[in-house]
Write a protein that binds this ligand. Sequence first.
Ligand code: ADP
Ligand code: MG
Length: 625
Amino acid sequence: MADIIALLPDHVANQIAAGEVVQRPASVVKELLENAIDAQATSITLVVKDAGKTLVQVTDNGIGMSVTDARLCFERHATSKIKLADDLFNLHTKGFRGEALASIAAIAHVTLKTKREEDEIGITITIEGSQVTSQEPSVVPKGTTISVKNLFYNIPARRNFLKSNPVETRHIIDEFHRVALAHPQIEFLMTHNGSDVFNLPSGNSKQRIVNIFGNKTKEKLVPVSEDTEIVKVSGFVLKPEFGKKSRGEQFFFVNNRYIKSAYLHHAVSAAFEGLLKQGTHPGYFLFLEVAPKSIDINIHPTKTEIKFDDEHSIYAMLRATVKHSLGQFSVAPVLDFNKDSDFDTPYAYSKKQPSIPKIEVDSNFNPFQEERSPKQANISFPFKREKQPQWESLYVGLKDDASISSLDASEKESGTHDAIEFESDQITGSLFSSSQEDNAHITFQLQNKYVVSPIKNGMLIIHQHLAHYRVLYEELLKNITVQEGVSQQLLFPLQLDFSKPDLVLLESVKEALEHTGFVFGTTEEDTLQIKGLPVSLTESKAGQTLEKLVKDIKEEVPDAGFSQNDLLAKSMAKSMAIKTGTVLSKEAREHLVHRLFACKEPSVSPDNLPVLVTIDTNDLDKKFM
Ligand code: ADP
Ligand code: MG
């Protein structure tokens, strides 16, 4: 029998290796940007087309390559960064495996243009599926441009596996952020489909953060700095009140390389303990410097995970340092004499902890049970609150010195519950007083912001915007998932202008939008035509609702179907909901109350803010004693 083992041809081996290095366009972005940094560039431009599916191009003004190196760099294990195995333990560069360009060249159409300072003339090489197709001298400036076109053109399965353009773009932007944050002294420019996305001048770390995340970030940053024998920490954490619901702005850099570390994240979270609102996560931009010898970055092919020799000490150090910074920030606020003192909190209140009213309600209880159609009652939403507290808890925890207070606060003052007694009919009965005639329909509006109504044991105060937000959110989510949104046809179709990337993004959620009641006409150039709208959306609000949606998707970009629907429903509901300041007629107020209590979760807004509070007559009584 003949021998059966054969060495794989290089291009096949490269394609297999490519699977490890290149998962998506963002991987190409990362590798090319890192090469440019290793080449000592001071200015780097990233050009992306169609979320990187058509083109990823990086231009740098770094050291460039000789003609021989330009040929060699596409070979596997071709690297200028290590020569001996020992070098592995003393790395100061991003790359060292010599795999990236070989992998990329195996699965895309690649053009390399490069010139060194000392050379008269540069070179252009094109390579497709690991085969060099042309090589010629060319007049190019000092530095290197690598264009990667039609990624995965020869592996259709991988290409089909790529996510929608908004999702892939988000991944690219994430990589870009990571590299740009780690190298604030380098100037970066990024364009997508011809428009500027980021233009980041050279600066310091704080300026870079602000340039990327916006001017408002400046006030949110608390500096962190500590220097010990094993690690040097610098950077910023976000003030606890700016904690995010989603884990967005969390960056660790070790020796200027972005890394993911659940362990270090835990250390920072521990430092924030007790300072964050429930359900929010800390934000941070932390730079750790350690001796290259004391880490192993080689444990993961894409090199975002890392192993420290002295993990425990680093954990303890990081936690203590962040805690210290947060402490300094809260006990010693910076005196700012330019500040308008009118906005300052009166002295008596300045020491008080703001308490967020928290009302816990039995989410299954529905005072309008009889009125609900069986169809409505059957709708089950794919979410549930963790706790299922009882409706009666609405009446618990109203402190005597405040009309609205949090349950947490009252629980600390044990004993206050005891005074309040419940009778079973009060719990299961109708919310409104039994003498329906006089009370049930009395609602009035307070400061064009709250809808107030008497209830059995006191008074109910509903935040009109949050209530409507809740109502519309459940309605939209139902329409998207059950696909039965009702549409109002427009006499004259709306023409809305959007940028190309935004249109692409809207296209990706078109189906869900149609389920809510949108009817789209043909899209031309930059104009979206709308022929029908969801019934609860007015023509005048359509544009801003879609704009807000685009913005929200850009900021969140969820991968999974459910969270995408959830985001869509939240975003649209928020834009569509009646605003504070809107005058509501008697009918509108009643309608709102009824719709609210037909909701699954009437007591909290989709963003987890309380929608309603109650004031107990007992507490009122105490005020008159
Ligand atoms: P690695 O970065 O791990 O060495 P790569 O495949 O990414 O491997 O790159 C191979 C080699 O090509 C690098 O070691 C470097 O010498 C050269 N190279 C790649 N990109 C550039 C660039 N932008 N400027 C100069 N040289 C580069
Ligand atoms: Mg590299």
